[in-house]
Design a protein around this ligand. Sequence first.
Ligand code: FUC
Length: 767
Amino acid sequence: MDKFKIKNYLQIFCFLALQGVYGQERMQLFYQSPAEKWTEALPIGNGSLGAMVYGTVSQEHIQFNEETLWRGKPHDYAHKGASKYLAEIRQLLADGKQIEAQELANKEFMSDPLRQIHYQPFGDLYMHFNGHENYTNYSRSLDLEKAISTVAYNVDEVAFKREVFSSYPDQVIAINITASQLKALNFEVWLDAIHEQKQVKSDKNSQTLEVKVKDGVLKGISTIKVKTDGIVSTENGKLKIINASTATIYLAAATNYIDFKDVSGQPSQIVTTTLKKVKNKKYKNLKKKHVKDYQSLYNRFQIDFTDNGKSALATSERIFEFWKKADDPQLIALYVQYARYLMISSSRPGTKPPTLQGLWNDKIKPPWFSSYTTNINLEMNYWAVEVANLSELHEPLFDFIKDVSQTGKIVAKEHYDANGWVVHHNVDIWRGAAPVNNANHGIWLSGGAWLSSHIWEHYLFTKDEKFLKDNYSLIKNAALFYTEFLMEDPKTGYLISTPSNSPEIGGMVAGPTMDHQIIRALFKSVVEASEILELDKEFSEKLQKMIPRIAPNKIGQFGQLQEWLEDKDNPESHHRHVSHLWSVYPGSEINYVETPELMKAAKQSLEYRGDNGTGWSLAWKVNFWARFKNGNRAYKLLGNLLSPAEIPDRKNKGGSYPNLFDAHPPFQIDGNFGAAAGIIEMLIQSHLETIELLPALPDALPNGSVSGVCARGGFELSFKWKNSALQEVEVVSKKGGICKLTYNNIDIVFDTKSGKKYNFDAKLQAK
Ligand code: FUC
């Protein structure tokens, strides 16, 4: 090769290497300075063990969580004998005496105790690097393609690099530090916690932290173990590493929580066994296994809105730039992949569902207890999981449903003297299912029904009959509760839900629209499931008779979809909850094909609510506007959602923190997941008979592609578009059967075989 060629190759190589470093074409979050706040730190997680990596140089801080460390103890929250007051509460509501009804409910009908309890932080790992105060060439990143957080910088001539990840196969957080010069790595590492009751013990190359929660029975144990080519000693309660060029720290953590009834676990044993297993593994191999495991989920789905060079900017800058001018299409793609990353990191088979903050919490008193609010937030966490090809990550929610079906059964009996199970507004790790806080919002009782829709949706996407059969009794018993609970309204003759709330607006009422929509959807799914599984004919017939008797959706005096039985909506209200539009999204009863008038009314209601809101509210609105096929409006809402959360003169709620965590504010993870679902909903919708491609493509995303996106019916699609027009489509059928595709008023119907691929051109002609 001549010299000229070598020089050229070198230039190309350097350019590519730089692209890697500066984030071009890579799905990564990256920054040129360390995190100063928690919402600038970068999250890692393996479903149960998570951490926030600050990337600070001379003193690194890694705050970590293990998902089962909560306050409280096994407890049945049902209010014994509450059902004696049900008839009176209902009568007071029927007589228009809302205040009296609420007073009676607050006295006799609420959860015992009234409030649930907090998810807890676990501990903090610190590393001190003496002499690293002055550094150059700093960068930190979170590689979404590998699930690894990296910090790199130079001190004088030495390049230092730290990699941190949480491994699902090995159940540890791994921290690897390297120096480019022999023996140049010298640092101290130690554990600490903000719990009042804590203890730290060191032993040769390891250190153990023990914590006990306040007001509760759970204790946690976490151990770090250091492997290095240097020397490890213990000094002043810290592990000191000197003369090294590389060091790896493995961190394991566990609690005595086994399930919501049993706290007899042995955390010390779990931690010891976990660390024993990784003891002789090379970091390189552990990392390889982690990446392989992670990519087996992550790589199934790709999304690209074309990079116009903005991905070369630091992520925090991108958020600012997007706020000024929303022309960074690839930031939207990054947002979707980040949500997928967060899902893979916080919801793995065998783990608990992500809380309001996912897996990540650094506060003893986190906002709203960092627990599970079921009137939107918990369900929103799972909106993207099926479409974004992470179906098995839905499992923690199904386990959760199994738990609450048990506690909810007791609540159904004690509060309503009914069979089946019921879940109200909020649930914690002890699976409280009774009405919490205050009757003016906590008595909403469609949590169980809404959660059940996830079982049905999982079936629709996967067509997995075994799954449906295994979980049928859950949805059946959820429905059973409502067959006994629904009451004939003396005024209208309809079956109504009373007492309840329209989430967090209007106090305690009889007959909120949302309840009727969700209950109808539940009944319909049980009817269909019983047909598919050929069982329970009698129960199905009962439901079929009840469905038309449930109070229907109604259009009110302002052209709005009524939120209540009575026509009393306030068109001036900009309340964050838009519960009565449940049947537009995530439900599908209200749609353009079957109910165009209701669709119009629902849209009118959304216009009245306006374009602002908390993070999750904005995310919900993105989905609504996608279903209303107004991509540009959905994109506008995305703009609000992606705007910097912490600008000094910020008037509206919502926004994104520098680490792209969604701001309620404060941080709540539902908006991340909900908005990702909304972005995908702009590209593909499958809630009706056909799979519609690009139903709500905004002008701002004229070119792009998506692959591995899932649709109901068991189909996986990949397609491209250019100048806002579809180019080509591939459909993979997972379970066979008829597939109907729609694009731009072209419809095609074709029969598919399981495992086969079908290709079409821009006019949906077979290729
Ligand atoms: C519901 C919402 C709030 C918040 C809380 C966790 O109560 O109305 O906005 O998201 O859940």
